[in-house]
Write a protein of this length. Structure first.
Length: 274
C-alpha cells in the first residue's frame, strides 16, 4: 500500500490501547535492572570514572547530575559498550554481563540511548521514521517497500501517541520543531522496546512548553522502562526527579531525593565551586 495513504488511514483510525506487557519480554521481577559496580575508566592516567557504583531499579526514573567533567557521559558510554572500563563490572539484570557484548548487541538487547543530536531522517515523515525504526533491515528503500505486520503498525500507533506527534504523523520530520524532533528520536528508540533508556540532556535548546512536555513524556515512560536522564537544567530535574545521583570526579558524591541532594553540604560545595 502507498505509504502516505497508509499513514492517512492510520491517523483516521481509532487507536488501540497499549498492551501493558509490551516491552517486558524478560522476567518482570523487580530489583535492579542495571548494576554498575567498581567501574574505573582512565584516559592517559586520568580517571574519568573512579570506582563508580550505580544501581538502577526496573522501571525507575533516575536523574544523574554533576558538574562538567564529572563523568556522566563516560558512564553512559560504559553502559552502552562504547567505552570499556579498566576495572569493574556492568550487568543488565542478574545474568547479562554487558562487558561481553558489543555496542550493537547492547542496543539490540534492550538498552537504548538518545544522543543530543537527533538521527532522524528529515526527508521522511514522522510515520516513516518510526516505521524505519521497527525494521530489522535498516536500508531505507528496503524497509519502506516491505509491509508492516499488524503488531508493528499497532506499535507505531501507540508510540506516536505517546510522543505527542499524532497530528504530525504525515509531516516530513525536517519540518518539526526542535522539541518535536527530540520526541521523534525518543519514539524511534521506543520502537525497539528498550528495557532501559539513557537520555543525555534531553531539554537542551527546548522552549519552556517543550521542556514541560518532555518532563511528562519521560515520566510516562518510567514504569514500563527504566529511564536514566542526565541533565543540567535543575528546574527540569526537580520537576521529574524521584531519585537523583550526583556524580563528581568520576564517583557518586550523593544520592537521594532532589531535596536531600540539594541540601547536602558536599553537593553545595561542588556546585558553588563550579
Ligand atoms: N576520550 C577521552 N579522552 C580523554 N579524556 C576524556 C575522554 N572522554 C572524556 N574525557 C575526560 O573525562 C572527564 C569526564 O568527561 P565526561 O564523561 O564527558 O563528563 P560529563 O559528561 O560529566 O561532563 C572529563 O575530564 C573529560 O575531559
Ligand atoms: Mg556530558
Amino acid at each position: 500500500m502507498n505509504l502516505i495513504k497508509q499513514a492517512h488511514q492510520f491517523s483516521q483510525r481509532a487507536l488501540p490501547k497499549r498492551d501493558p506487557n509490551f516491552g517486558k519480554p524478560l522476567d518482570t521481577s523487580h530489583g535492579p535492572i542495571l548494576y554498575v559496580e567498581g567501574v574505573t575508566v582512565s584516559f592517559d592516567g586520568f580517571k574519568a570514572l573512579n570506582n563508580l557504583n550505580l544501581y538502577v531499579d526496573d522501571g525507575e526514573l533516575r536523574c544523574i547530575i554533576g558538574p562538567n567533567g564529572a563523568g556522566k557521559t563516560t558512564m553512559m558510554d560504559v553502559i552502552t559498550g562504547k567505552t570499556r572500563p579498566d576495572e569493574g563490572s556492568v550487568y543488565f539484570g542478574q545474568q547479562i554481563d554487558l562487558l561481553n557484548l558489543s555496542e550493537h548487541q547492547i542496543a539490540r538487547g534492550g538498552i537504548g540511548r538518545k544522543f543530543q543530536k537527533p538521527t532522524i531522517f528529515e526527508a521522511l515523515t514522522v510515520y516513516e521514521n518510526l516505521e524505519l525504526a521497527t525494521a530489522a533491515d535498516k536500508r531505507v528503500w528496503f524497509t519502506l517497500t516491505q509491509s508492516l505486520s499488524a503488531e508493528q503498525t499497532d506499535r507505531i500507533d501507540s508510540v506516536v501517541r505517546q510522543i505527542g506527534l499524532l497530528s504530525e504523523v504525515q509531516r516530513p520530520a525536517g519540518l518539526l520543531s526542535h522539541g518535536q524532533k527530540q520526541w521523534l528520536e525518543i519514539g524511534m528508540l521506543l520502537m525497539q522496546s528498550p528495557r532501559v533508556l539513557l537520555v543525555d540532556e534531553p531539554v537542551a535548546g527546548m522552549t519552556g512548553e517543550e521542556t514541560e512536555r518532555t518532563a511528562e513524556l519521560l515520566t510516562s515512560l518510567a514504569g514500563d522502562h527504566s529511564v536514566i536522564v542526565v541533565e543540567h537544567d535543575m528546574a527540569f530535574v526537580r520537576s521529574i526527579a524521584r531519585q537523583v545521583t550526583v556524580l563528581h570526579q568520576g564517583s557518586v558524591l550523593a544520592e537521594g531525593t532532589m531535596d536531600q541532594v540539594q541540601n547536602n553540604p558536599k553537593v553545595i560545595e561542588v556546585y558553588l565551586g563550579e
